[in-house]
Design a binder for this molecule. Structure first.
Ligand code: NI
Length: 234
């Protein structure tokens, strides 16, 4: 867990740095410090799934990496321990509807119920909170009202299609940039294998793996309900 503690020390440094900088340095020194920090977010949809999700949580813990999980409500029963573990180990837990329904084009009352049921299941397990929404397929009707922030992605290796760890790893490493939000699915063994290889490769390049909420806040973005975020910059 030393990495986690180091991360929060660094986070405090980033937050406090502008105060110190204004007093001590000319304005053109701005590029010096925060630019050296590279943050990126891994997101996992469609779980939890016994076996693959457990292996992923073990691997992330060994590497001191945080991630964000968007859960399908009807998959939670029987894997409650995994969901509690996600929260306890510093990952962000979010909502991916109850039955992975395509919200766009769905009757408003059905769409709302799909989101509400998973929200209720998460609150029962983890307590009251803001459980961000990733709409399945990234699609939502423009007039659908949500009272939480929403998350899309900026890197999609289509892991569900190839189910090939080497291909998925290569595609993500090719497209990875600071502040990217990477889309993976923790229900496939190949995606879990790829995710851990991606963490190893990018940590070696100086990246820090943070949750989506942390990524936005590190960029000075205050997450707002009803807004769809695609990267750490907004
Ligand atoms: Ni999905």
């Amino acid at each position: 867990m030393w990495k986690k503690r180091l991360f929060f020390l660094l986070l405090a440094g980033v937050v406090l740095w502008p105060l110190a900088r204004d007093e001590a340095l000319p304005a053109d020194a701005q590029a010096d410090l925060p630019a050296e920090m590279k943050y990126i977010a891994l997101t996992f949809d469609d779980g939890p799934r016994r076996g693959t999700t457990e292996r992923l949580l073990d691997g992330l813990r060994e590497r001191g990496a945080s991630a964000t999980f968007f859960l399908v409500g009807e998959e939670i029963a029987g894997s409650e321990d995994l969901v509690r573990r996600m929260a306890a180990e510093g990952h962000q837990v979010g909502n991916h509807t109850w039955s992975h329904v395509r919200l766009a084009g769905t009757a408003p009352e059905t769409a709302e119920e799909e989101v509400r049921r998973t929200q209720a299941a998460l609150e029962e397990l983890l307590g009251e909170g803001t459980y961000w929404l990733r709409p399945p397929y990234g699609l939502i009707d423009e007039d659908m009202e949500t009272d939480v922030p929403m998350v899309k992605w900026s890197v999609d290796p289509r892991d569900w299609e190839s189910r090939n760890a080497a291909q998925v790893t290569q595609a993500v490493l090719r497209d990875a940039r600071p502040n990217a939000i990477i889309l993976l699915h923790d229900i496939y063994p190949s995606s879990v294998e790829a995710a851990l290889k991606i963490v190893d490769a990018l940590e070696a390049e100086g990246y820090w793996f943070v949750t989506v909420e942390e990524l936005l806040r590190l960029n000075g973005v205050t997450p707002e309900a009803g807004v769809m975020y695609r990267s750490g910059r907004g």
